[in-house]
Design a protein around this ligand. Structure first.
Ligand SMILES: Cc1cc2nc3c(=O)[nH]c(=O)nc-3n(C[C@H](O)[C@H](O)[C@H](O)COP(=O)(O)O)c2cc1C
Length: 204
């Protein structure tokens, strides 16, 4: 497995938890990373959204067929990593292949695709190098909702971001760093990027 340094680690700084919701406020595709029973996994998820400010809580949809779902059920923990344009292929790949496929092999998706990782500061989850935001989360047990809708409510317990594009609680997608713009999934591996911004003003 490439270490964080080998993988060309991006800079990261802690984000105050009362600003954590802003990391996903604009609807980016996320990578859900997990670890259970000594096995790591990572999948893509386009469906997540903040649902509460304090404590910061997020809803995320995890299909029953996924290996991620098994891992989350086993540990009650997951991490949301925010991939950027540079990780479009990686994002589509981990969203197209199941970690369950390689049960007979010691290689998980991290090893198979050379995905760098580092350890989350609070829950110790594997976080994906090269992303622009990272949230460690504990699942809030809602068995009926999870079964009926595949929706998990999670509470953020640590948040970090790449200060080149997120600082002082705000995104500032930098035209000088197009590779760091977040991904938004149109379907079938086609992504848009959150790049151009327009400052809205309150009308008189
Ligand atoms: C861009 C993208 C977005 C996706 N969004 C979701 C999602 O929101 N929820 C979900 O359950 N699966 C989603 N998927 C599918 C899972 O990522 C896919 O089933 C994955 O292979 C599951 O991996 P696992 O079995 O190792 O957990 C998405 C796939 C892609 C490519």
């Amino acid at each position: 497995m490439p270490s964080d340094a080998q993988a060309g680690a991006s800079p990261r700084v802690p984000v105050e938890l009362n600003h954590a919701s802003r990391l996903v406020n604009h609807g980016p595709t996320v990578l859900i990373s997990t670890e259970a029973g000594g096995r790591r996994n990572v999948m893509a998820a386009a469906w997540s959204m903040p649902v509460e400010f304090t404590p910061p809580r997020i809803a995320v949809v995890i299909d029953k067929s996924t290996f991620t779902r098994e891992q989350v059920a086993a540990t009650g923990m997951l991490a949301l990593n925010l991939p950027c344009r540079a990780l479009a292929d990686l994002t589509y790949t981990v969203g197209s292949v199941s970690g369950r496929d390689d049960a007979s092999s010691p290689a998980d998706k991290f090893d198979r695709y050379g995905i760098g990782s580092f350890t989350g500061p609070v829950l110790g989850l594997p976080l994906v190098s090269g992303c622009v935001g990272w949230l460690e989360c504990r699942v809030i047990a809602e068995p009926h909702t999870e079964q009926a809708y595949d929706t998990f409510f999670v509470e953020v317990v640590s948040a970090q971001a790449d200060p080149r594009v997120f600082s002082h609680g705000h995104w500032h997608p930098d035209p000088a760093h197009p590779e760091l713009h977040t991904l938004h999934h149109f379907g079938a591996g086609l992504f848009g990027v959150a790049a151009e911004t327009v400052q809205g003003r309150v009308l008189d």
